[in-house]
Write a protein that binds this ligand. Structure first.
Ligand code: NAI
Ligand code: MG
Length: 364
C-alpha cells in the first residue's frame, strides 16, 4: 500500500506494532516515533493486540486476528504483556504461544555497554576494546534456542505428586539451525566491525552426556563449516562466572534454551539493566522484536519508562527485515543518547520518557 507515492518509491515494509500491557504501549509508541523519524514512509505499521487486557475484554490472550495480521507482516515490534502469577482459566502467555506458532526458533539478545556500565568495569582487563570514553566496552550477543530444551513443556507428576519430572528435549535439527544462525550472525557482526568472529558454545555435556552431548557434538560439527570463526566451548556454570568477570572477551554465545535465558539476564545486569536491552525472536521469515523487560506495572502510566530497550529492539527488527542501514543509524543515535542524553529514573536520572524520546529524535 504505497498511498499515492511515485513509481520510484519502494514498497513499504509492513510491520505490526503490539503494545500489550503496562508500559508496553508507552515504549512501543516511543520506538515507533524513532523508527518513523529514521525510515520515513519505508514502513507501514499495522496495529495488533494481545495480552492481559485483551484477555479480559475478549477471553483470548492471543486473538486469531492477531496471528492473521502477523502472518501478513514481515515482522513485529512488541512491548510486553502482564501475566498473572496465579493460574487463570483459559489464560496462557501469548508471547510463549506466538514463539511456538510462528516457529521463532532463535532468540537474539545483544549485550552492549553504554559508557556508564563500562565505567563500573574500568581497568578490569588490560587490552580490552574501548568505548568512546576509553573505558572497557562489552559487545556480545547471546543466541538462545527458543523452541525446546527444558521449556519443551513436558512436565509430569510421579508417585502421587511426591515427585515432579521435567523432560529436557535436545534435537539435532533444532541444534543445527540455531548454531547455523549463530555462526551467520557472528560473521555479519565481524564484517561490520572489521575484526574476526568468535563463537562460544555453551553446554554441560560433562554431566548431561546425551542431551548436552548431542548439543555439543552437533554445534561443533556445524561450526566447523565456518572456518573463519574461532570456536570455543564452555561449561554453563563457569560460563556465568566468566561472563560476569570478563564480559568484554565474549562475542557470539550460543546456548540451549534455559542456559541462554539465564546468561542473557545476567548479561543485561552488566550493560545497564532491563531498561536498555532489546531482543529479537527470529524465524525463517518472521521476526518479533521486544524489550527484554516486562510490563513494569509499578511505573506504568507515569511517563517515566525508559524507551531505550524498545528502541534497541526496533533496530534489531529493522536489521532482520532488510533495513540494515536504518538499523545502524538508530544504533548510532542510541549510543550517543546513552552517553550524554537525559537519563530516566531507572538509570539514575529524572528524565521522562518524553524527554528521552525528544533527545533521540533530535539526534536523528
Ligand atoms: P519487569 O521487567 O516488568 O520489571 C522489573 C523492574 O524493572 C520493575 O521495577 C520495573 O519498573 C523496572 N523496569 C522494567 N522495564 C523498565 C523500563 N523500560 N524503564 C524503567 N524501568 C523498567 O518484570 P516483573 O516486575 O517481574 O514483571 C511484571 C509483569 O511483566 C509480569 O506480569 C510479568 O509476567 C510480565 N513480563 C512479561 C514479559 C513479556 O511480555 N515478554 C517478560 C517479563 C515479564
Ligand atoms: Mg528471562
Amino acid at each position: 500500500m504505497t498511498e499515492g507515492q511515485g513509481d520510484s518509491a519502494a514498497t513499504p515494509v509492513r510491520l505490526a506494532r503490539i503494545g500489550g500491557d503496562g508500559i508496553g504501549p508507552e515504549v512501543v509508541g516511543a520506538a515507533v516515533r524513532v523508527v518513523d523519524a529514521v525510515c520515513g514512509d519505508r514502513i507501514e505499521w499495522v496495529e495488533a493486540e494481545m495480552g492481559w487486557r485483551t484477555f479480559e475484554r475478549t477471553g483470548r490472550a492471543l486473538p486469531e486476528a492477531t496471528v492473521e495480521t502477523l502472518e501478513g507482516c514481515a515482522g513485529a515490534l512488541f512491548g510486553a504483556v502482564s501475566s498473572p502469577s496465579h493460574a487463570v482459566d483459559g489464560y496462557r502467555s501469548p508471547i510463549v504461544e506466538l514463539r511456538r506458532r510462528l516457529d521463532l526458533y532463535a532468540n537474539v539478545r545483544p549485550l552492549q555497554s553504554g559508557a556508564r556500565a563500562a565505567s563500573r568495569r574500568r581497568g578490569r582487563s588490560a587490552g580490552a576494546a574501548s568505548d568512546d570514553d576509553g573505558r572497557v566496552a562489552i559487545d556480545a550477543v547471546v543466541v538462545r534456542e527458543n523452541t525446546e530444551g527444558l521449556y519443551a513443556g513436558r512436565e509430569r507428576w510421579e508417585r502421587e505428586g511426591e515427585v515432579a519430572i521435567a523432560e529436557r528435549v535436545i534435537s539435532r535439527r533444532a541444534t543445527e539451525r540455531i548454531v547455523r544462525f549463530a555462526c551467520e550472525l557472528a560473521l555479519s557482526r565481524a564484517a561490520q566491525r572489521g575484526s574476526p568472529a568468535r563463537l562460544t558454545v555453551v553446554h554441560k555435556a560433562n554431566v548431561l552426556r546425551l542431551s548436552d552431548g548431542l548439543f555439543r557434538e552437533t554445534a561443533l560439527d556445524v561450526a566447523a563449516g565456518f572456518p573463519e570463526i574461532e570456536v570455543e566451548e564452555q561449561l554453563v556454570d563457569s560460563m556465568v562466572y566468566r561472563l560476569i568477570l570478563a564480559p568484554e572477551r565474549y562475542d557470539g554465545i550460543v546456548a540451549p534454551n534455559l542456559y541462554g535465558d539465564i546468561l542473557s539476564d545476567a548479561g543485561a545486569a552488566l550493560v545497564g539493566g532491563l531498561g536498555v536491552v532489546g531482543s529479537a525472536n527470529c524465524g525463517q521469515c518472521f521476526c518479533l522484536a521486544e524489550p527484554v523487560h516486562g510490563s513494569a506495572p509499578d511505573i506504568a502510566g507515569r511517563g517515566i519508562a525508559n524507551p531505550i530497550a524498545a528502541v534497541s529492539a526496533a533496530a534489531l527488527l529493522l536489521e532482520r527485515v532488510g533495513l540494515g542501514e536504518e538499523a545502524g543509524r538508530i544504533r548510532e543515535v542510541l549510543a550517543k543518547h546513552r552517553t550524554v542524553g537525559p537519563r530516566t529514573p531507572d538509570r539514575g536520572g529524572d528524565a521522562t520518557t518524553e524527554e528521552a524520546v525528544a533527545d533521540l529524535l533530535r539526534r536523528v
